[in-house]
Every structure is written in structure tokens, then in C-alpha cells.
Ligand binder design. Structure first.
Ligand SMILES: Cc1ncc(COP(=O)(O)O)c(C=O)c1O
Length: 456
């Protein structure tokens, strides 16, 4: 079972004032928020207690504020949500406009913002990804991709129902998404796992040294999988647990293999999409196009909405009324997403992610150099990076040190979410895509100081 770890409900305070970060209270959290925290602990499951205890009051651009004068430079984007930046006026105004217009929901009856959004996403996606099904969460999008892959496969041959995914993968917390995930501890509760959902090593070059495509085929063979019975391969474009990409050649061979065996290739772009990796779609780094992609998080920089995109052949597998969801295409969420995409395009935030992303990765390598015996890998592209924290000079994850680093960073005015990934030891960096070069340099300097704090 998942361990009952206790999470520190205090943060070490390092008073600081830079152009980007301001920590002015003597305690973190300030004593005034204790009653709110106590109420949350009373009324909410303890599973909600995993993050550094900051009560977010408001957020703007790449800053987060509490109500007591503290200001954080944000390296979290919530959890890779706010690609266009926090609290963007244009998005807030679109939400207000739609609410005041007088339509708050419409189930799957048509509404105009929904059609505008699917057209925009379709125009941004490469062929044949032209039909867009809107849902509410990334997990729901992944469930839908599994369903479409299996339906497509079983229409060809009833035994064609094996879904291949990857060790250490995370695709969400619903039943199917969790089963195709590659973290065994998260699926113990399921009991009778689907034997046709199989995970193989992800070619990240760190946790899995053999990044050849031949290794994928060998893994299938060892698992007794006949390729003709595979209906789908689902891969995070980069593995969120470490921000790790596979080699370009691997996914090019994967594309050919999927074509050869009539397998639906899905990239889960819930984290990677909408410019995060310095390209509109993360899979552009591989030079291939999947058959389906799942989107979420950065799609609206705000309200809950997600999507599955695919070819007409795949997306029209189900007849009218049989692939829907209550909040599909909620007009307010769609209006927010349209405003968000307009901002990403108008402000050239994808290009900014590529340029400032270069600076981020250079600075991480430079400023974290003194701690390299405790860093197994720094991975990622564009404005996402994962720092895999390890025991000295080994690949063994050091969750305690990673947690210490994050808590000290937050105490220095740098907002990070709790460590993720293998062994809970990856410090993830993912600022809003509107961040500047100077802010990134300042943030990485806070992170370097937090490493020193964490080790002292
Ligand atoms: C790659 C990936 N897929 C799917 C999900 C699930 O998205 P949601 O939490 O919106 O259900 C996540 C969430 O972290 C994710 O990172």
C-alpha cells in the first residue's frame, strides 16, 4: 500500500527580497492561516496534504502571492496548468463575458464557444489529428484514448486488445489510466489488473539504459505479446516523473511499427502540449505524428477542460450519443481555453518557451554543478525540467533530500510542487511560458541555495 508519510506543515523561512521573490513573514505558513489549514485537515482527505503549506491568495503572470505580503516566483504553473501565465486578464474577461452572456452549461447541446475551441485545436494540430472530443480532465482523455484504441483493434480482430504503455508512466488516477500507468504502488488497490495492459521500459537513457527500439520488441517478446494482438501503444510524450524524452529514432521506429501492425499510437500530451517543450506539441521533437493525442492542463491555463484529438476514422468509431460526458465542452471552460490559446499564439509563448527554456537548462547545469553527486539526471526540453535527486554518486533516489530542497526553495520564495517521479525524488521545474530569462536565472539561483540548505 501507499505509505502513510507525514508531510511537514511548516516551511523553513529564508527572508528574501529580489526583483522576483519576497518572503517577509517570520513564519511559513503565517499563523493567521492555521485555522484554515486545520479546517482543511478536518474536512478533506489527508491525501490532499502533499504540497508545501502555502495558502495561495492570488497569482499573476509568473508570480504567486499569499495574503500576508509574500511573493513567490512560480516554477510550478500549479501543476503545468498555467501555460499563458496565472490570472491572465484576457482569460478572466472571457470567463466573465460568457457567464454574463447567460449560458453556464449545455451538456452536449451545441454551444458556440465549444465549436470555436474545437476548430482552433484542430487547426493547430497536424493531419490527420482533426477531430476533437472535449472532456473535463486529463484522466478522462486517457480513458477515451484507451477505449478508442481497443474498439479499433477489436473491430479488426477480437484478440487485438493489448494496450502497451511504459514503466514509471503516469496517465491519471481513474481505473484505466491508472492501469496503464507504470507505478505498481498506485494500482495495488485494483486487485484484478487487466492482463491485456502491459508496461515495458521507457527509453529514458537513465532508469533504462537501453534506448534501442529492439529493446522494445524484446520486452514484448519476454511478456509473450504477439504484435498482431496489440491494439494500442500509449506513451507520455515525455515521462512526467522525470521530464524524460526517449530518442527521436526510437519513436520514429515506433511509428513504423504501429503502422505495420495496425496499432493506434497515442501520445499523452496532457503535460507536454501547448508549448511546454518549446514546440506547440511535444511530439514534434520526435518528428512523428500519433494517431491520437490527449490534452489537458495547459489547454485553458485555468478551468478544467481536456481533449482527445484523432483522425475521423478513429474519432467517429462511436455512434451519436455513445461517447459523451456531462461537462463536455462546457461553454465557460471553452471560452477560457479559446482566450488562452489566443494568448499563447499572440504572445508567441511557444517561441518564448524554446528560447527561455535554453536558458533554464543551461542555468540548471551551471548553477547546480556543485551538487552533481546528488543529481542523477537533469532532463526535459523547453520550459520543463526534472532534476532526479539521488544518494551520493548513485542512481538510487533520495526522496528526503528532494523534499528538503523543495521546502527550502519555497522558503526562499520559489514556488515548486512536492517532488514527483521514481522514488518521489524528482524536483520538477515548469514555470508559466511567459516567464523571462532574468526571472529564470533568479529562480535557479534560489534552487541552488535550496540544495545547499537541504544538504546542511
Ligand atoms: C501525462 C499526464 N496524463 C494525464 C494526467 C491526468 O490528468 P488529470 O489530473 O487532469 O486527470 C496527468 C496529470 O498529472 C499527466 O501528467
Amino acid at each position: 500500500m501507499i505509505g502513510a508519510e507525514s508531510v511537514s506543515q511548516t516551511i523553513p523561512v529564508h527572508p528574501v527580497q529580489t526583483a522576483y521573490r519576497k518572503i517577509v513573514t517570520q513564519e511559513l505558513p503565517p499563523p493567521q492561516v492555521r485555522p484554515l489549514m486545520d479546517m482543511s485537515a478536518h474536512y478533506e482527505p489527508r491525501a490532499m496534504l502533499g504540497q508545501p503549506p502555502v495558502v495561495w491568495d492570488r497569482a499573476e503572470g509568473f508570480f504567486v502571492y499569499d495574503a500576508y505580503g509574500n511573493q513567490w516566483l512560480d516554477f510550478s504553473s500549479g501543476v503545468l496548468i498555467t501555460n499563458a501565465g496565472h490570472g491572465r486578464k484576457e482569460i478572466a474577461e472571457a470567463i466573465i463575458r460568457q457567464a454574463e452572456h447567460g449560458l453556464l452549461t449545455s451538456y452536449v447541446f451545441l454551444n458556440e464557444p465549444r465549436v470555436r475551441l474545437v476548430q482552433m485545436i484542430s487547426d493547430l494540430a497536424p493531419a490527420p489529428l482533426k477531430k476533437v472530443f472535449l472532456v473535463s480532465t486529463g484522466s478522462e482523455a486517457v480513458e477515451c484514448a484507451i477505449k478508442l484504441s481497443r474498439t479499433h483493434g477489436q473491430n479488426l480482430n477480437p484478440a487485438k486488445k493489448i494496450v502497451i504503455s511504459y514503466h514509471h508512466a503516469f496517465h491519471g488516477r481513474t481505473l484505466g489510466a491508472q492501469q496503464i500507468g507504470g507505478i505498481p504502488a498506485l494500482k495495488e488497490w485494483i486487485g484484478n489488473l487487466d492482463p491485456d495492459m502491459i508496461q515495458v521500459p521507457f527509453p529514458d537513457g537513465f532508469r533504462c539504459g537501453d534506448t534501442s527500439f529492439a529493446f522494445f520488441e524484446k520486452a514484448l517478446e519476454s511478456a509473450g505479446v504477439d504484435p498482431k494482438n496489440v491494439c494500442g501503444v500509449v506513451a507520455e510524450t515525455y515521462q512526467g516523473g522525470g521530464a524524460s524524452f526517449g530518442p527521436r529514432e526510437y519513436f520514429q521506429e515506433m511509428r513504423n511499427w504501429c503502422d505495420k501492425w495496425n496499432v493506434v499510437l497515442t501520445f499523452d500530451e496532457v503535460q507536454a502540449g501547448f508549448g511546454r517543450c518549446g514546440r506547440m506539441w511535444g511530439f514534434e521533437h520526435y518528428g512523428v505524428v500519433p494517431d491520437l493525442m490527449c490534452l489537458g492542463k495547459g489547454i485553458s491555463s485555468s478551468l478544467p477542460i481536456a481533449a482527445v484529438i484523432g483522425s475521423t476514422e478513429l474519432m467517429d468509431l462511436y455512434p451519436p450519443g455513445s461517447m459523451t460526458s456531462t461537462h463536455s465542452g462546457n461553454p465557460i471552460c471553452c471560452a477560457a481555453a479559446v482566450a488562452n490559446l489566443e494568448l499563447i499564439l499572440r504572445e508567441k509563448l511557444v517561441e518564448n518557451a524554446a528560447l527561455v527554456g535554453e536558458v533554464l537548462h543551461q542555468e540548471l547545469w551551471k548553477q547546480l554543478k556543485p551538487y552533481d553527486e546528488r543529481i542523477g539526471a537533469i532532463q526535459g526540453k523547453g520550459l520543463v525540467a526534472g532534476i532526479q535527486v539521488t544518494k551520493p554518486n548513485s542512481a538510487q533516489p533520495d526522496a528526503a533530500l528532494a523534499r528538503n530542497v523543495v521546502w527550502h526553495a519555497v522558503g526562499r520564495g520559489l514556488m515548486l510542487f512536492a517532488p514527483v517521479g521514481f522514488g518521489g525524488a524528482t524536483v520538477k521545474i515548469c514555470p508559466p511560458l511567459c516567464i523571462t530569462r532574468e526571472a529564470v536565472i533568479d529562480g535557479v539561483s534560489a534552487l541552488a541555495e535550496a540544495f545547499a540548505d537541504g544538504l546542511s
